[in-house]
Design a protein around this ligand. Structure first.
Ligand code: NAD
Length: 476
């Protein structure tokens, strides 16, 4: 772990499993309560100087990007080993993390002048919050860490980060490497089980919790933050619908929807999780999706031929198995796939499910894996209503040849990001967050940066006697 600028060992450790084999391949440190206290204390101390020099912070972020890019060859294999994704995608994840550092290094935080006259200069400034507790999931262990670390540090905060116990090693490694370009205590990384996350959210030092994970845990985080009125950003789960319109080209759309649903083996919060298709196009879209699912190469992340790896962990593997089995029991057909692959590790055959509708668990719940239900609709109004009839609201997409019409439908989706003729279009400049149970607040862009700050009205009187127009009125 990295605490106060030093590499720190722990008395206890826990096993990290390679999902391609199902075997423990490495041990990770189990942070003790004292070590967590030390991490927060060092972040609190470092904050006192880190907050004061913006230009140093920008330089440090650029240096962090250089370290990440220069160490990709060391970091990417760790991501593949603990997360399962193919090496080329792990490598892209490292470069994505660097890109986020570069973007925030150059994002301006300019005070807004709201009054400038003979009585006062009033500016709205964004101040840092203090120490941030960052908690991340296992699907993009590094990229999602930098969605937090980069804006938090630019704004002048310091950070204690805890990765998922399924994928702790890449974050710990990167934090260790970054100590060479950061003052001690600015970025601390600890690891442990879920209980460590709970200890962080109830710890007195952090002023904000930036959390990415499941809805269930997100609600626990909100509860834990309440007594101390800690700020929270919650990036939670999704059950993203894709609506195919009747003027879509079914073959072209099927290919793109497959990518939107199965990238990272379906383990993306905003991946397509259910597809609504008009009756006339249904068979063609299902066949197109099934052709993609049958052709995609599933294998170990270390095999350069692999396009999809295993599911990351046993509980998630069991969940996907359970949801697919439930759909099949309720009359769905697995046009392709439908079961786990017969090999060690957590491999599941890419699955296209047809002949099912809303009310089936895999349509209503977040599967977060390589299985996609395709649902028929009769009227567009009905499809929109069904797409919105959920507590989730992360993102969604609409597909059709008439882009204006598709955009009008997309605007009716109750979600944080609505795509037209694409899915998963993301950038560091673009705010990302969920409606309803999919989250609270956003990450990325100037909006994400603002969430790591607090607004202060800085009122500078232009008269030395301290009078202002409101005071003058009250005195009269
Ligand atoms: P999870 O909620 O089980 O765990 C996320 C993190 O929270 C882990 O680090 C875990 O150790 C920690 N944690 C667990 N219990 C805690 C507690 N009581 N207090 C504080 N921290 C605690 O989620 P997961 O299984 O790792 O990730 C999958 C979920 O994350 C999916 O629902 C997915 O949609 C969601 N996700 C959302 C986004 C987004 O940006 N909206 C991105 C990726 C993943």
């Amino acid at each position: 772990m990295s605490i106060g600028g030093a590499s720190v060992a722990a008395k206890e450790s826990f096993g990290v499993i390679n999902p391609a084999s199902g075997e423990v391949f490495e041990q990770a440190p189990e942070c003790s309560p004292d070590q967590l206290d030390a991490a927060f204390a060092s972040a609190k101390q470092a904050y006192l100087t880190w907050r004061s020099n913006e230009s140093d912070r920008r330089k440090a972020l650029l240096a962090m990007a250089d370290v990440l890019m220069g160490s990709a060859g060391e970091i990417a294999p760790i991501i593949t080993a603990e997360q399962g994704k193919p090496y080329s995608q792990a490598n892209l994840e490292v470069f994505g993390a660097a890109m986020w550092c570069q973007y925030f290094a150059n994002l301006e935080i300019t005070p807004e002048v709201i009054q400038d006259d003979e009585s006062a200069l009033v500016q709205v400034v964004q101040r840092p919050l203090g120490v941030i507790a960052a908690i991340t999931p296992w699907n993009f262990p590094l990229l999602l860490a930098f969605w937090k670390i980069a804006p938090a540090l630019l704004a002048g905060n310091t950070v204690v980060i805890k990765p998922s116990p399924f994928t702790p090693l890449s974050t710990l490694k990167v934090a260790e490497l970054l100590q060479s370009v950061l003052p001690a205590g600015v970025l601390n990384a600890v690891s442990g089980g879920d209980q460590l996350g709970a200890q962080m959210t109830s710890h007195p030092v952090p002023r904000k919790i930036s959390f990415t994970g499941s809805v269930e845990t997100g609600k626990k985080v909100a509860l834990a933050a309440a007594p101390d009125l800690k700020r929270v950003t919650l990036e939670l789960g999704g059950n993203d619908p894709a609506i195919v319109l009747d003027d879509a080209d079914p073959v072209m759309v099927a290919k793109a929807i497959f990518t939107g649903a199965f990238s990272n083996n379906g383990q993306i919060c905003s991946a397509i999780k259910r597809v609504y298709v008009p009756e006339a196009l249904y068979d063609d879209v299902v066949d197109g999706l099934a052709a993609c699912a049958s052709a995609v190469k599933v294998g170990e992340g270390t095999d350069p031929q692999s396009q999809l790896g295993p599911i990351n962990n046993k509980p998630q593997f069991e969940r996907v198995k359970e949801l697919v089995a439930d759909a099949l029991r309720h009359g769905a057909t697995a046009v392709t796939g439908g079961q786990a692959m017969e090999r060690p590790g957590y491999f599941f055959a890419p699955t296209i499910l047809a002949g099912l509708t809303d009310g089936t668990r895999i349509v209503d719940e977040e599967q977060f894996g390589p299985a996609l239900p395709v649902v028929k609709y009769h009227s567009l109004e009905d499809a929109i209503e069904r797409a919105n009839a959920t507590n989730f609201g992360l993102s969604g997409s609409v597909w059709g040849s008439d882009v204006e019409r598709a955009s009008q439908v997309a605007a009716q989706l109750e979600c944080g990001t609505a795509w037209v003729n694409t899915h998963l279009g993301l950038a560091p400049s673009q705010p990302f967050g969920g409606c309803k149970w999919s989250g609270l607040g956003v990450e990325n862009g100037k909006w994400g940066l603002s969430e790591f700050t607090e607004v202060q009205s800085l009122y500078q009187s232009r008269t030395l006697d301290g009078t202002n127009p409101l005071m003058a009125l009250l005195v009269e």
